[in-house]
Design a protein around this ligand. Sequence first.
Ligand code: 17E
Ligand code: FE2
Length: 418
Amino acid sequence: MEIVNARLRKKSALHTLVIEQGHFTSITEQSADVAANAEQIDAAGQLACAPFVEPHIHLDAALTAGEPHWNQSGTLFEGIERWGERKPLLNEADIRRRALQTIELLVQNGVQYIRTHADVSDPSLVGLRTLCALRDELADKIEIQVVAFPQEGLLSFPGGLALMEEALQVGADVIGGIPHFEYTRELGEASMKKVIELALEYDRLVDVHCDEIDDPNSRFLEVLAAEALFKQLGNRVTASHTTAMGSYDNAYCSKLFRLLKKSGINFVSCPTESIHLQGRFDSYPKRRGLTRVKELNAADINVCFGQDSIFDPWYSLGNGKLLRSLDFGLHICQMMGYADFSSALDFISDNSAKTLNVEHRYGIELGKPGHFILLDGEDDYAVIRQQGEVLLSVRYGEIIMQREKAKRLTDNWIDVGD
Ligand code: 17E
Ligand code: FE2
């Protein structure tokens, strides 16, 4: 496959990309735009970017909003309760159907790597088993990691620890946790130590729903980061949400950041989800309920954006578009400067690949798998501003999704000059 007239991120020249036997074999700068021949794809000056990565989504719960009841309060905790009513109705066919529809929706929007959470506070483990099976069946189409996520507590849910071990034996790639939902601070802390112990014992990655609450006293992140540091697990560990950090005072954060930086752990923020679920106990002033994405990024700590939910008990919108999550994130975290916009796609591509530990096989670089997407815009700034569609998605040199740019059918109404 040959692509001509492609722009690459953070470079101004047009480029020709060649993919042979599924890998990039040539990436060359063009001195001017060229006419594409019949075999070539003409990128027409649009931005070629490494595929989007969805680092945090709950595929077992996707497309279940309102079943059997809607989340009326909009809180995380009511979401957990409503999901608890849907859980007994789960079966393999139901999960498969909804997960496949959601994965396809993500593919249509340029995603080629997914990290999904599977609720393991369920003695049948049907969600985890089904998502692990789908991961294996779809391995040549899309890369999926499955997190064993103890939604109702690793130590507070009856048999939670045994279920986690069973999930790891079934084949979960990543160990999850939810310390702010454990009954006590002590259990929350102990759960973080246990998660790291299991990661060492089973040689798995870690991704914890950590401090997803507005409580400024929810400080399990420091326990997770310290354990990761002591056990040298750094980049294999991710803290998702950490919304309490939006409520920590600056003095504590200043101390905390030293540890976070040393530990080398990754962060995932889910802007649409958190702006919706957090701040629910405030009147006014009302907190934004997001972690300190801007400050983490400025401190050179890896942070990325995910969607979390697609029409589930926690969030009843969601359309598979990471560009929408990014747009929300940039606004809510006030990352609206020229430099922010110029590298904004990092938050849904390179940074997320790092979180998933796939960066060695990710990116438009010689020798790497020939995966890329084409975006409607010539650089990060234009793509963000125009909120355009993903026009093309290529995997191992094969087109897996292509759409035409929406075409206006009328002339200008107003004369705007030349
Ligand atoms: N479960 C949870 O604990 N937090 C979330 N944001 C979702 C599920 C979506
Ligand atoms: Fe989540």
